[in-house]
Design a protein around this ligand. Structure first.
Ligand SMILES: Nc1ncnc2c1ncn2[C@@H]1O[C@H](COP(=O)(O)OP(=O)(O)OP(=O)(O)O)[C@@H](O)[C@H]1O
Ligand SMILES: [Mg+2]
Length: 310
């Protein structure tokens, strides 16, 4: 958080945070089921937050950290909203993705599901190592060593934040241009909150499967290919290639394809490997569709996208 934030509290912050933006996360005492009659008084609500809950972080982030306008009407912006972690969608080496509900208690109209992608900074592991050394006097470490560790830890934190920022920016630009990507709701440090791609009946939630796991019939396969080409064309027109496109980074949301995982989005002009990466994206996707029985031509797709880019 920049220093001026500490000196001049953000007027957008809700009352519970307004006094001091450094206020630690709310106490987490009870589970969501106990929320029922929690009134609007901050103290009461704090005590009602469960282990897996926090105040909505919407008001705590600055305007530039929120998704592009016009904002979809499902985005919950109320100060009274609570974020509840409902489970893990996927853990990975660099990031974990969680399912989060953002909702105003007792207001069914203000309830939404989000995917929270959290980039890892590996801070925790390094911290534990530090503690072990500090406690063992025979293995005292030099200041330099400690400083170096602090620096690398800091470096990893910064790197995680930069990946998140890169992906958030890409999602916003692509969404605004009409590409089939999840709407990015906000970014807060290492965490991106975005549209949850999947279905829910209010009780059971199901994330859309990765394309790799699907077995579409020929009509759907053909439709998906068209959607993929059109989606890639939007990126190309903006001068981008996905850079890591694969059937694992495309979700099948019913009949609709959604492209995800965009931290490494490649600038076709500035990046010397731009066109190479675009060709690789074309080949990877084309191969998957071909294996499912659609006649595809990676080179043709590549040529079409290059024409869009220039
Ligand atoms: N918006 C979303 N809605 C639903 N599920 C999502 C969403 N974003 C990500 N996921 C799930 O989380 C998985 C990992 O997301 P993503 O590919 O962005 O992260 P990653 O760190 O690259 O993970 P991986 O190494 O598995 O590719 C996706 O394959 C998908 O199953
Ligand atoms: Mg991925």
């Amino acid at each position: 958080m920049p220093e001026h934030d500490l000196l001049y509290p953000d007027p957008y912050l809700p009352p519970t945070f307004a006094g001091d933006p450094r206020t630690p996360p709310p106490r987490r005492l009870r589970r969501r089921d106990d929320l029922d009659d929690a009134g609007p008084t901050a103290g009461v609500l704090d005590a009602a937050l469960g282990d897996d809950q926090r105040w909505s972080t919407w008001s705590a982030v600055e305007k530039g950290q929120r998704g592009p306008e016009p904002r979809p009407d499902w985005v919950v912006t109320a100060d009274a909203a609570v974020d509840t972690e409902l489970g893990v969608l996927k853990t990975g080496k660099e990031a974990d993705v969680f399912l989060v509900e953002r909702a105003v208690p007792d207001d069914a109209a203000q309830r939404t599901l989000l995917a929270a992608k959290r980039y890892r900074d590996l801070d925790h592991r390094a911290f534990r190592r530090d503690t072990v050394y500090t406690e063992d006097r025979r293995v005292r470490r030099t200041r330099d060593r400690r400083a170096l560790d602090r620096k690398s830890r800091y470096g990893r934190q910064v790197a995680a934040g930069q990946w998140a920022a890169a992906e958030f920016a890409a999602l916003g630009e692509l969404w605004s241009a009409g590409a089939p990507v999840p709407y990015p709701v906000q970014i807060d440090g290492n965490e991106i909150l975005m549209e949850f791609v999947g279905t829910s009946d209010g009780v059971a939630h199901e994330a859309a499967p990765r394309l790799a796991r699907t077995r579409p019939d020929p009509d759907l396969l053909a439709s998906w290919w068209d959607q993929l080409r059109d989606g890639m064309a939007v990126l190309a027109r903006l001068g981008y290639a996905h850079g890591d496109l694969s059937p694992y980074n495309v979700l099948a949301d019913g009949d609709r394809l959604v492209i995800i995982d965009l931290p490494q989005v490649v600038d076709l002009v500035a990046n010397p490997f731009g066109t190479e990466l675009l060709l690789r994206d074309c080949r990877t996707m084309s191969a998957w569709f071909a294996a499912r029985g659609l006649e595809t031509d990676a080179d043709e797709l590549f040529a079409l996208l290059l024409a869009e880019a220039w």
